[in-house]
Write a protein that binds this ligand. Structure first.
Ligand code: 5GP
Length: 179
């Protein structure tokens, strides 16, 4: 059993800051190799992806546009409601652009599925998806991100942007929350 992390006995470290940093560099290289040196429109899904996105776009380098989509699906609990709601739309058109949707975690897959269809209607040149975490245990739609950082077991995780009731987003690592 790992030591409780950050002094909170409900949280146990799952993925360290160092491993996240290393994997983020690898993912960025992978995406650049696929899309080349041209402009990439990175679309972060708020709020969970904001810390990953900040590190990812810096690792990506080259010409990058940053956009955000506000989405609400959990309403503060630990299980998905299955209802995806857009709370903040893109500020600019993405037509003809190579887009990369940036997610913190894919669980049921409903959010990723909804958002890829939502973005496709805006006629981008291409859409790829990158998810820092993949939790395949509860998939409800057959979908997988184009690029995945870590596949994790069926546990509720917090930190590095992910919250529980708006807390813990500022932890520099990914931890498992168990009350
Ligand atoms: P999905 O639609 O794939 O079920 O869920 C996607 C969203 O649910 C994620 O963007 C994230 O906000 C939330 N989510 C899913 N699993 C977890 C988890 O283990 N921890 C936290 N904090 N959020 C999660």
């Amino acid at each position: 059993m790992t030591e409780p992390a950050h002094g909170d006995t409900h949280i146990r470290m799952l993925i360290s800051q160092e491993r996240i940093a290393q994997r983020t560099e690898e993912l960025a290289r992978e995406v650049r190799e696929g899309l080349g040196d041209g402009p990439i429109t990175c679309i972060g899904v708020l709020k969970g992806s904001f810390i990953f996105m900040a590190d990812f776009v810096r690792a990506l380098g080259g010409p990058v546009r940053c956009e955000f989509l506000g989405v609400s699906s959990y309403h503060g609990g630990t299980r998905s409601t299955g209802v995806v709601r857009i709370t903040e739309d893109l500020r600019h058109p993405i037509e003809g652009q190579h887009c990369l949707l940036i997610e913190d975690i894919v669980d049921t897959g409903l959010t990723l599925d909804y958002l890829t269809h939502f973005l496709a209607q805006r006629k981008p040149a291409s859409i790829q998806t990158v998810a820092l975490l993949d939790k395949p245990a509860h998939r409800e739609v057959e979908i997988c991100a184009s690029h995945v950082g870590f596949t994790i077991p069926d546990e509720f995780v917090v930190g590095y942007g992910l919250d529980l009731g708006e807390l813990y987003r500022n932890l520099p690592f990914i931890g498992v929350y168990s009350p």
